[in-house]
Write a protein that binds this ligand. Structure first.
Ligand SMILES: *Cc1c(COP(=O)(O)O)cnc(C)c1O
Length: 481
């Protein structure tokens, strides 16, 4: 049984202090006032510094995180983020800059953002980039707003956006939020866009096709060029969900492949810790003819001065306060500058090799619905364990006993009992081998002693939760023990 950590209130001792201050030389010494007088209701913990440190260190080890262990969540890129990025974004010049400062006093920050935009342009082959959207889904929404503006200016009332059933779930949500109707395109048996279905769905009401590349099966859309041709023939625009750019950095550029718009997830591909809903950044890139619609302000370089241009008549307006999530932008800049073109290409090579290594090693133990070479992630199904009464949920729970975060489960929706695994490029062969061993042992247990899986996890601070009860009877109040 794991040693659960009590609430910090349980360490409280009357009048214990976590600080020490020199005696005041101006009259009454505040440090002589008992804590209770400062807080008559006495409802704050009174603890020493070491109590606080130990409490939070212990709490941090109860939780699973990427600094503690393998985190192969599919479509999330929970890779290790170099600590130097943290150091750089905390430099005074970055951390203390205020967005309302006069531009002459924040030239360095503007230069960094301007250069990052240019790097993202050359990585994606797009003409112009805006760093403003605050997350991947926000990048999608911003892009669809641009699509809308583009058709408005042409005087065309298009209503639909096409989305393959292998797309990320945020795509239809962004489309609906922006007032378009999302229309699903069924994939072909290989898990790719079915060109016949696409062609049928493409009428004059279609504004855009949103393509997740690689799709959520971890597969590359081999017929992108034909897809682009079909879409453009109908006057529609082609959007690429590039959240998982770590699958093809230096190998594929959406701009070259005929995409009109793309979004990046800086917090996935370009390294920012993002578990638990931390800040993200979802910059978008567009072609030359769409650049005039980008959100304001645009960062411009005149001579050796950087300026903010708000005077853009065709802009969709503002999508976020100031210029986006600045700290995430700094981390991405450092990451790109540190790796360079060669290093970024290696990132993708490792991401793809790692995923295919897992795919090959596990294909005789778990069902593999799509056999093709995958990109940065692979999708299995535990349908083959059903005969022993074992579900994907049981496999995921059992993995926790091996000190591994469970992969994404029951997504993508087009795979039954799905297990979606993204090892990421930052894991060593040794840690991936350990994961493979655990997965093989679990497949064997399913056959020989499925009860072990049903009882899992046994080594985590909390055992299997009653998820129905948790969502129906939500209670997040603390209770003093
Ligand atoms: C993560 C992800 C998104 C959404 O990004 P958020 O930053 O979580 O909004 C969109 N598409 C794909 C393919 C993703 O993996």
């Amino acid at each position: 049984m794991i040693n659960l950590e009590p609430l910090i209130f349980n360490y409280s001792k009357f009048d214990r202090k976590g600080y020490s201050l020199p005696k005041s030389d101006v009259g009454i010494d505040k440090t002589d006032i008992p804590n209770t007088e400062l807080r008559p209701d006495n409802d704050l913990p009174e603890v020493s510094e070491i109590d606080v440190v130990r409490h939070f260190i212990h709490l941090s080890t109860l939780n699973h995180h990427v600094d503690k262990g393998f985190y192969p969540l599919g479509s999330c890129t929970m890779k290790y983020n170099p600590k130097v990025n943290e150091d750089m974004c905390r430099l005074d010049g970055f951390a203390m800059v205020h967005p309302l400062q006069p531009v002459e006093t924040m030239q360095g920050a503007l230069q960094m953002m301007y250069e990052l935009e240019k790097h993202l342009c050359s990585i994606s082959g797009m003409e112009a980039v805006s760093l403003q959207p605050a997350a991947g889904a926000h990048g999608e929404l911003t892009s669809i707003m641009i699509v809308r503006k583009y058709f408005e200016e042409r005087g065309e009332a298009r209503k639909k956006v096409l989305i393959p059933d292998s797309a990320h779930g945020t795509n239809p949500a962004s489309v609906t939020l922006s007032g378009y109707t999302a229309v699903e395109i069924k994939s072909n048996p290989a898990g790719l866009v079915d060109l016949v279905n696409l062609d049928k769905a493409l009428d004059n009401e279609v504004a855009c096709l949103m393509l997740t590349v690689p799709n959520t099966l971890g597969l590359y859309e081999k017929e992108i060029e034909k897809i682009a041709e079909l879409v453009h023939k109908k006057g529609a625009l082609l959007y690429m969900d590039g959240a998982n750019f770590n699958a093809y950095l230096g190998f594929h550029r959406p701009g070259d492949a005929g995409f009109d718009l793309v979004h990046f997830n800086l917090h996935k591909t370009f390294s920012t810790p993002h578990g638990g809903g931390g800040p993200g950044a979802g910059p978008i890139g567009v072609t030359k003819n769409l650049a005039k619609y980008l959100p304001v302000p645009i960062i411009e370089k005149n001579g050796d001065k950087y300026e903010l241009n708000f005077d853009r008549p065709n802009t969709i307006g503002k999508v976020v306060g100031f210029y986006g999530n600045f700290g995430v932008i700094v981390r991405a800049y450092v990451y790109i500058r540190m790796l360079g073109a060669v290093g970024l290409k290696e990132v993708s090579e490792c991401a793809v090799i790692n995923a295919n290594y897992i795919k090959k090693a596990l294909e005789i133990y778990y069902e593999l619905p799509y056999k093709d070479i995958c990109m940065h992630e692979c999708v299995f199904s535990s349908d083959n364990l059903k005969q022993y009464g074992v579900k994907t949920l049981d496999v995921a729970k059992r993995l926790l006993d091996f000190g591994v975060h469970a992969p994404t489960i029951y997504f993508p929706l087009i795979v039954h009992e799905a297990l979606m695994i993204e090892p990421t490029e930052t894991e060593s062969k040794e840690s991936i081998d350990k994961f493979i061993e655990a997965m093989i042992q679990i497949a064997k247990e399913a056959k020989e002693n499925p009860q072990i899986l049903k009882d899992a996890p046994k080594t985590t601070p909390v055992r299997r939760l009653d998820e129905v009860k948790a969502s129906r009877e939500l209670n997040i109040k603390y209770t003093k023990v």
